[in-house]
Design a binder for this molecule. Structure first.
Ligand code: ACO
Length: 332
């Protein structure tokens, strides 16, 4: 494990945040919960039936863990009423809302919304959209943010580029075709995640494209130019530049050649991809060809933290995501 993720876990352990794990009967989740409890990384609430959980992991001592058996929880009615109020204008009935509280991702989002937990982690057996949709409907975006997005912390095996080898990439998992306004939101959220989670004190944000400073012309390049202008307009002190090709963004000699005078070109540590195809492919290239540690996807922009687990996640990945969720909760 990287030094950075060790430090994220250590910081989380000082916070005592209460984090819900939606799939509380799953083997990997239960192994992670035991590790989290042992290291006191967070106070975990597992959604599920403790007897089924014990049957799934007969050799694990689950006696010290808190379970909420959501299917028979007395809180269901209260949470359903909250959900109904939030969604009745969209046609939801109280009956629909009661049914939805039987879904642990809805129940968990409602726990967070009602202040019964500080954050939610789920998705080890479901698609990203099934985790995000309840959170988008219930927890919604943080004040001043219109777009929920995601980032990955990328820790390269050497320190040559970025912030001593550390980058934060956004958006790699949520918005398929962001427009210029959404790209602006993604840039601000990703820079904030870089500070809060990756200890990058001075985010240098590159708005990526296949063009550098007008070297190519296309509608998709114009979108990145517009997004860069919107970021600068919203916060003139923000260290952002675009549009930049990847090499111009991270390699000092190329940055100097293609974007002379830029404070970001050649030194970027936050990379904003123009759309989800580029972002998703980009982080996987860094991970597989560059042998980087890729931590995420980490959701950003919610009013309270919610994070999605990859279906291929290990119990150690779950521990990392819970630690990240605790840090996000503390920063809100
Ligand atoms: N930010 C803020 N609000 C949003 C966003 C967003 N990014 N997306 C949707 N919403 C809002 C909608 O406006 C809607 O609000 P309303 O119902 O109150 O009017 C609400 O959230 C629910 O929206 P839906 O229409 O139900 O959701 P949608 O169909 O737009 O889907 C989702 C949103 C789930 C995030 C979708 O964009 C998605 O599936 N993204 C891709 C996820 C994915 O497959 N990622 C790749 C895999 S992950 C990996 O490889 C690591």
């Amino acid at each position: 494990m990287s030094e950075l993720m060790n430090s994220v876990r250590a910081k989380a352990a000082l916070l005592g945040k209460r984090i819900v794990l939606a799939e509380g009967e799953e083997t990997r989740i239960l192994h992670a919960a035991v590790k989290i409890a042992e290291k006191k990384i967070a106070n975990i609430v597992l959604l599920g039936d403790p007897e089924k959980a014990q049957a799934a992991c007969p050799d694990l001592d689950l006696s010290g863990l808190e379970f909420v058996n959501f299917k028979v929880s007395p809180k269901r009615e209260e949470y359903a009423a909250v959900l109904y109020e939030l969604r009745k204008a969209k046609g939801m009935t109280m009956e629909d809302a009661m049914k939805l509280t039987l879904n642990p991702l809805y129940f968990g989002s409602l726990m967070v919304k009602c202040g019964d937990a500080d954050g939610l982690v789920g998705g080890s057996i479901t698609a990203t959209s099934e985790v995000l949709r309840p959170a988008l409907q219930i927890i919604k975006t943080a004040p001043g943010v219109k777009t929920v997005s995601s980032c990955f912390i990328i820790v390269m095996p050497d320190e040559q580029y970025g912030d001593k080898g550390v980058f934060v990439f956004g958006d790699c998992a949520v918005n398929p075709m962001p427009d210029a306004n959404q790209l602006r939101d993604i840039a601000f959220s990703t820079a904030n995640s870089a500070k809060v989670l990756a200890d990058i004190k001075q985010p240098k944000v590159a708005m990526l494209s296949f063009s550098t400073k007008g070297s190519a012309k296309h509608d998709v390049v114009t979108k990145v130019q517009e997004a860069t202008a919107l970021v600068k307009e919203s916060n003139p002190d923000f260290d952002v530049d675009g549009e930049l090709q990847l090499d111009a963004a991270i390699v000092p000699s190329v940055g100097e050649l293609k974007a002379k005078g830029s404070t970001v070109a050649g030194h970027a540590n936050v990379l904003i991809f123009p759309d989800l195809q580029a972002g998703n492919i980009g982080y996987k290239l860094a991970q597989r060809f560059g042998h980087a540690e890729a931590v995420g996807p980490i959701c950003q922009g919610f009013a309270k933290p919610v994070n999605d687990l990859s279906r291929g996640c290990s119990d150690e990945d779950v521990v990392d995501v819970v630690a990240i969720t605790a840090l996000q909760a503390a920063a809100m």
